[in-house]
Ligand binder design. Structure first.
Ligand code: HEC
Length: 443
């Protein structure tokens, strides 16, 4: 036994005993880290070659073990999502043993690329770009006197004479290290444009919501995921003569960066049966949490028609720590749709389901949010603590369910029902007035 071990230790095959860089770790890093940790990516340093990784190996081990990296908000307890970014237990063990084994290099070999969803490489049908750059400020400045300013909305005219059926969008940023989540909607009423014209220079300071439509109704792209590709047979519908409204969340980096974003659209042209994707809000429209307190908020409604569920976009600020969305089917069976155990507004994006899920009429959708207005919440932007009171008709805390009705008649019914629900919220002005009498609808 001892002889055998000694023999092995002294053999030149020592490398193959434990994991090596080329044999094992390079592929893991390439798959889970490389897209963002590259010179053109959003992360602050590259993780591309042996030195990049070996020189930071213990830091890397900690952030991966703690689930800080790669950034990905949903846990595995909801419905399976496309492009899930987690590192498996086995991969984690491989990284740990490689570090324990003294960071061996191993033999160089080809590393195969990983399975990102197939996206169209053909030329886009519509390309729009900010006509002039805007400078991301070195420091955000104060946002309504409460926290650092970190978002701005831009209006990009599409000038489309006809409605568009969009099946894929690809966003490009000129400032990948600063630009985080970017949310889209189409405005055919000129509303965002009118707001934009009140401010000098590109863009405006208000959020990207337009009337009853939440920013993100056409999805959001996030850090390291700049493409949104709908499953075949579905499209986003953009009315004729629309503007694309784009709300950009950025992180000030300490130096001013020019930002000139562009968006490419691919259209669904040869599929007359393609169905439009609608966005349903499950939301808390008014939040009021005293300083130092934790509050659990819930919202539920019942689907009026059968729908196909395609994906989710969640929004909230740093006071939101946990969010869960579940469904109770008409037969009483319950289903976890989405679970975000540790929300971080900078890592939001649209999550598309691996497989479309039919939910029948009568299904109850239940959302729950934990708001921690405390000092122990590391992401609370409202320090020093204050009463956190805010309202927004399109949801302060919200998950947008991207769905499609099964036929045009039910699609009309779904739209009318959803509009009625959003419009039943009292106006924000009333909600935020000093409480002369209690607002009965407060969640
Ligand atoms: C989706 C993009 C993305 C992916 C994928 C990603 N990172 Fe990161 N990483 C970032 C960004 C952006 C930062 C900068 C920190 C921030 O903005 O919070 C960062 C920061 C880090 C840091 C510094 C942490 C800190 O607290 O300052 C380490 C270490 C790290 N990443 C390692 C990894 C490793 C290892 C992987 C793969 C297992 C990985 N990252 C995957 C985007 C990514």
């Amino acid at each position: 036994m001892i002889t055998a071990l000694l023999c092995l230790l002294s053999s030149p095959l020592l490398d193959s005993d434990g994991p090596s860089w080329h044999g094992d770790v390079e592929a893991i890093v390439k798959q889970h880290c490389g897209d963002c940790h590259s010179s053109s990516g959003p992360a602050p340093f590259p993780l591309q070659n042996y030195e990049d990784v070996a020189n930071r190996s213990s830091f890397i081990e900690v952030v991966v073990r703690e689930g800080i990296m790669p950034p990905w908000l949903p846990s595995a307890s909801g419905l399976p999502l496309q492009s899930h970014r987690g590192v498996s237990k086995l991969e984690m063990q491989t990284i740990s043993s490689w570090i324990k084994g003294g960071l061996p290099r191993g033999q160089a070999s080809e590393v195969s690329s990983h399975g990102v969803p197939e996206v169209s490489s053909s030329k886009a049908d519509v390309s729009i770009r900010m006509p002039e750059p805007w400078s991301i400020p070195a420091e955000g400045g104060m946002n309504w006197g409460r926290r650092e300013r970190d978002k701005r909305t831009f209006v990009l005219p599409l000038g489309n004479p006809e409605p568009l059926r969009v099946k894929q969008m690809r966003f490009e940023t000129s400032a990948p290290k600063a630009v985080h989540a970017v949310s889209f909607l189409a405005d055919d009423g000129g509303y965002a444009r009118a707001v934009d014209e009140r401010e000098a220079g590109p863009g405006h300071y208000m959020t990207g919501d337009v009337n009853d439509t939440p920013s993100g109704a056409l999805g959001s792209v996030g850090v390291g995921s700049r493409t949104l590709l709908l499953p075949s047979g579905y499209h986003w519908e953009i009315p004729a003569r629309s503007d694309m409204v784009m709300q950009v969340h950025y992180r000030p980096t300490g130096r001013s960066l020019p930002m000139q974003e562009s968006l490419d659209l691919w259209l669904s042209k040869d599929d007359p049966a393609s169905r439009p994707v609608r966005t349903l809000l499950n939301m808390i429209w008014r939040v009021d949490v005293p300083a130092g307190e934790v509050s659990e908020l819930t919202e539920s409604w019942v689907l009026p028609v059968d729908i196909d569920l395609i994906g989710f976009t969640t929004r909230g600020s740093g006071v939101l720590t946990r969010h869960e969305l579940s469904a109770t089917l008409p037969d009483g069976q319950s289903l976890d749709l989405l679970d975000i155990p540790d929300f971080d507004p900078h890592w939001r994006q649209t999550w598309l389901l691996q497989e479309i899920r039919r939910l029948p009429a009568g299904t109850k959708i239940v959302g729950s949010w934990t708001v921690e207005n405390t000092e122990s919440n590391p992401r609370n932007p409202f320090i020093p603590l204050d009463r956190y009171i805010t309202a927004r008709r399109t949801g302060v805390l919200a998950t947008m369910l991207h769905v499609a009705a099964v036929d045009p008649v039910e699609d009309e019914a779904l739209k009318a029902w959803h509009q009625g629900m959003v419009r039943s919220r009292p106006s924000v002005q009333r909600a935020l007035q000093p409480p002369t009498q209690p607002v009965s609808e407060v969640p």
